[in-house]
Design a protein around this ligand. Structure first.
Ligand code: ARG
Length: 590
């Protein structure tokens, strides 16, 4: 079975063959969407470059290709423009055929990759107890979109939340709990267990204790030494500390899982930095033996600087002078763990751009150590989220981000907006709340994902939760409108029928639908979900123009009605699919 091709590919085949007939590589025939939709649907710029190479006249080459294009049943008009641009307009029949393909394809006209890979996506990266900042929410939203996208493209994806559960903050917390509840058995070195099953602290307690512990650790040197000692003891397996730490991890995980469900985010693995620990001793031995790890002031390091470096590239610290594993060591150990368990061909780390140096060091060390080649490890960085004052975003109370409180606040704003817009007035209170939550999640995710990943953006809940403009709620509303049209059509016995294309607005809608494949491919190759967001917005706008120009239920010609209804259903399917890939779920009504 041949795979359905998008229109650009179909045209590229025709143009490529024409170039080949002139002795030019078929790649010169690559067609793309026209920069001037008023003049053409697609364009090809290959004549100029190849003419230069061959020392020929570009317009002559272009005109030979135009002749071949004109002979194709896909093309209604083609011409040479300017120095040798090739412009093409498609026939209504070609557009109708492509629309039929998209309408009947569960993938809505999108191809999958030829060679699927095993891909690990490391995102979320919250820390046990440590304050959560909006960067973690960003990582979660972007990472989730990428896992959905990569899976849809056919890759075998394993997502891992990679909790920060192993650093100095653990020793700090252990000591802080000890100050507050000194009589717990976890601190009694002679206690032989079993330890209580019930956690002595809740997630809220951890959130309260950590800032106190952390500030003491910063200002009081003796306390800091204690914290380092506790961290080292925890890591080397002191039973009471391990048991207490396990409680910290459990209560955090229960809370985070609840929030993930609320955001519609799923992880395959709930591993953390601590899972790397068992892999590190053998790794250190091996790297020592091979002369890759070196002892430096009591710490085991790996040098990663290269002669060609323009910036300073400090070594990574595999094991620090206390014998504890820090951020570098846990990331390297994790690479060993993943290599043994999953053997990924690609690993994406969806983490704040400000950690770029860290990842460069780790990737180089992995390469030097012969673990995973640098080329398979990729830092998918992102910019900072700022408040309206241009400074890093703070929650309403000026404090750190409590994810649950943040989601509740977004739900409230969404509900208020729906009431203002008189949406959801005729459904039950429970359904209204469910819709408001979907609107809130759509607003938060879309506003984040529609920004170019690497740029900073200003967080403004009021602007994001608007039913107008390029927002998540607007797109939900667009999908819901088509769903309501489908219900009315169903009630009136309207059925989908063969697609015919006549109006400009119909042509534009099919061209928009056809663009899905390219948008997916771009978002996938560049790890840039905003390309998919742009597509959903373009599609929703094209639909809205189509629906204004080509009303459906009032159309008296039954064949036209059935054709337009097919187009509407194809749009709905693709819109929901594309929104699903950015993690947005559409309600049935609003
Ligand atoms: N927990 C880290 C932080 O809060 C992010 C972890 C990212 N993933 C990784 N493999 N290093 O900064």
């Amino acid at each position: 079975m041949t795979k359905p091709q998008d229109l650009a590919d179909q045209l590229s085949d025709v143009a490529g063959a024409a170039f080949a007939a002139l002795g030019i590589d078929t790649t010169a025939g690559a067609m793309r969407r026209s920069d001037r939709p008023d003049l053409a649907d697609f364009q090809c710029n290959g004549a100029m470059a190849s003419a230069k190479k061959l020392g020929k006249n570009p317009r002559e080459i272009a005109s030979a290709v135009v002749d071949a294009l004109k002979a194709s049943p896909l093309v209604t008009a083609s011409e040479v423009a300017g120095p040798g641009f090739i412009n093409v307009r498609l026939t209504n029949a070609a557009l109708a055929a492509r629309a039929e393909q998209i309408a009947s394809d569960p993938r809505s006209g999108a191809r999958s990759v030829e060679t699927p890979r095993r891909v690990v996506i490391d995102f979320g990266g919250w820390n046990v107890a440590k304050e959560m900042h909006i960067g973690h929410l960003r990582s979660t939203v972007i990472g989730d979109s990428l896992q959905r996208l990569f899976r849809f493209m056919g890759d075998a994806v394993t997502s891992d939340v990679h909790l920060g559960d192993w650093g100095l903050q653990m020793g700090q917390l252990i000591n802080e709990v000890k100050l507050e509840q000194p009589n717990l058995p976890y601190f009694d070195a002679s206690f032989t267990g079993p330890y209580p099953e019930q956690s002595p602290v809740s997630m809220d307690d951890l959130g309260r204790l950590y800032p106190v512990a952390s500030s003491k650790s910063k200002t009081d040197e003796a306390r800091r030494d204690e914290d380092r000692k506790a961290t080292q003891e925890l890591q080397s397996g002191r039973p009471g500390y391990r048991a207490l730490w396990q409680h910290f991890c459990n209560v955090t995980r229960v809370g985070l899982e609840r929030e993930c469900i609320s955001l519609g985010v799923r992880f395959d693995l709930w591993k953390g930095e601590s899972h790397a620990e068992p892999f590190v001793p053998a790794l250190v031995e091996d790297l020592k033996a091979r002369g890759i790890a070196e002892l430096d002031a009591g710490a085991w390091i790996i040098r990663v600087a290269r002669e060609t470096d323009k910036k300073e590239m400090p070594p990574i610290i595999l094991v620090n002078r206390d014998g504890a594993i820090g951020y570098h060591g846990s990331d390297l150990g994790t690479i060993v763990d993943r290599k043994q368990g999953i053997d990924p061909q690609l690993t994406l780390y969806v983490v704040d751009q400000r950690q770029a140096l860290h990842f460069e060091q780790v990737f180089r060390a992995s390469d030097r150590a012969g673990l995973m080649p640098e080329s398979t490890l990729e830092h998918v960085g992102f910019g900072t989220v700022n408040g309206p004052d241009g400074k890093p975003y703070k929650t309403r109370d000026g404090g750190t981000l409590k994810l649950q409180a943040f989601i509740n606040q977004a739900d409230e704003v969404a509900m208020a907006r729906m009431k203002e817009a008189e949406l959801g007035a005729d459904v039950s209170e429970a359904e209204q709340q469910d819709i408001a939550h979907k609107v809130a999640v759509a607003a938060v995710k879309f506003s984040d994902l529609s920004n170019v990943r690497t740029t900073n953006y200003i967080f403004d809940l009021d602007r994001f939760i608007s039913f107008e403009g390029k927002t998540g709620p607007y797109l939900l509303y667009a999908a819901v409108r088509i769903k309501s049209l489908a219900r009315r059509a169903d009630a009136e016995g309207v059925k989908a029928g063969p697609i015919t294309i006549e109006l400009d607005a119909e042509r534009a809608l099919v061209l928009a639908l056809d663009g899905f494949n390219e948008a997916l491919r771009g978002a996938y190759d560049k790890r840039m979900p905003h390309i998919l967001c742009d597509h959903t917005y373009t599609l929703a706008q094209a639909f809205s123009a189509f629906y204004a120009a080509a009303p459906i239920l009032v159309e008296s010609d039954a064949a036209k009605k059935a054709s337009r209804f097919s187009l509407a259903m194809a749009t709905l399917k693709q819109l929901e699919l594309a929104l699903g890939l950015i993690g947005i779920e559409t309600p049935e009504r609003m």
